[in-house]
Design a protein. Structure first.
Length: 346
């Protein structure tokens, strides 16, 4: 699959201290400063990290646009080779290299946490650049963004539940949460507290210990993906929804916080043809960035931020409605909305 290159700029450098590839992709600043987290992850080939940065940063542009934020999209990926041991000392070097790469963009881009990084890491980056979100609260940031991402996904789930069953309560809904990382686990807890019937899975068998606390049933990740449930909740790394898996799916809808859920864009149409609602990942997962920007850029209160995150329910309801009305997929409706907002930017 090839696509046109439409990023404003991409900086790829070998970190001075870490000697690792540091990739910062700025997709768009049309709506404002590009924002997007820093992914510190293992890749067999650094080019896979580059591909991730390109797709994830474009996703952030759409995420911010649909969420109504005055920001664009970017992403940082540090591609750690599989053989490299990322100890405390190397991690520190990586974060300093990331900070320098972010600083070199002179404010076009600000970073934040993502898979593999924490608020403490943001504090370390913050020692060298002001362009960083989600430092711990005691260091002047809005802290961990995962609770807000989980809450925003819950809001998206409510809109879909309403659409499927005429109620926004998730009590009694059957869901399969695939991935119990920092967002997946929090979301599963919120769902369990509301009385949802949960299947949970993770590639890490140690996560199985969590099933008791959640009152959930543990399944293998591939079983979780194709389970007979109301809603499938992808909460692991991206690319799980492939062309091959679509015929195997037994859910009525797919709504989750994972970024880049579709292996290829055409999967959205295949899902639609099977009558499965897919809420675009960048719509359902916007809670973290909405929370951080509302508090840190717009100086809103935690309560205001929460309200904005919960408004994802209305955004999703509107998109499902628009999709019906215009006879398009929710994915098309969302990308049209993002495009309209980008087109009207001055
Ligand atoms: N990881 C977050 C996302 O994918 C990015 C983020 C950036 C979160 C800035 C908070 C602040 O949306």
């Amino acid at each position: 699959m090839s696509a046109e290159f439409d990023h404003e700029q991409v900086a790829i450098r070998t970190g001075l201290r870490s000697d690792l590839p540091v990739i910062v992709a700025v997709h768009s600043t049309k709506l404002g400063q590009a924002v997007g987290g820093c992914r510190l992850w293992r890749y067999a080939d650094w080019r896979d990290g580059l591909a991730d940065a390109l797709r994830l940063s474009a996703g952030m542009t759409a995420k911010c646009a649909v969420a109504g934020l005055a920001n664009g999209g970017g992403k940082t990926v540090v591609a750690v080779p599989e053989s490299t041991v990322l100890d405390v000392a190397l991690r520190r070097k990586v974060l300093e290299d990331v900070a320098d790469a972010v600083a070199s963009l002179n404010g076009a881009y600000a970073t934040g946490p993502d898979v593999g990084t924490t608020p403490q890491d943001m504090a370390a980056i913050g020692e060298r650049t002001a362009h960083v979100f989600c430092k711990p609260e005691e260091r002047g940031g809005s802290g961990d963004s995962s609770p807000a991402t989980a809450l925003g996904t819950l809001a998206a789930l409510r809109a879909v539940r309403q659409r499927l069953h005429g109620t926004s309560a998730l009590t009694g809904a059957r869901l399969s949460v695939v991935g119990l990382g920092s967002v997946g686990l929090r979301l599963a807890r919120l769902l369990a507290a509301e009385g949802a019937e949960l299947l949970v899975s993770d590639i890490d068998p140690a996560k199985r210990e969590r099933t008791g606390e959640l009152g959930a049933t543990w399944v293998a990740p591939d079983e979780g993906l194709t389970a007979d449930v109301d809603i499938l909740v992808p909460a692991a790394l991206g690319g799980t929804l492939t062309k091959q898996i679509v015929p195997e799916l037994r859910c009525a809808a797919i709504v989750g916080p994972a970024n880049n859920q579709l292996a290829t864009p055409d999967v959205a149409d295949l899902l639609h043809r099977r009558g499965i609602f897919w809420v675009p990942d960048y719509v359902a997962s916007a809670g973290g960035v909405i929370n951080a920007l509302t508090m840190e850029l717009h100086h809103g209160t935690a309560h205001e931020a929460r309200k904005r995150v919960e408004a994802i329910e209305h955004t999703v309801a509107d998109l499902l409605h628009a999709a019906d009305h215009q006879q398009v997929t929710p994915a098309q409706a969302a990308s049209q909305l993002a495009q309209r907002r980008l087109d009207t930017a001055t």
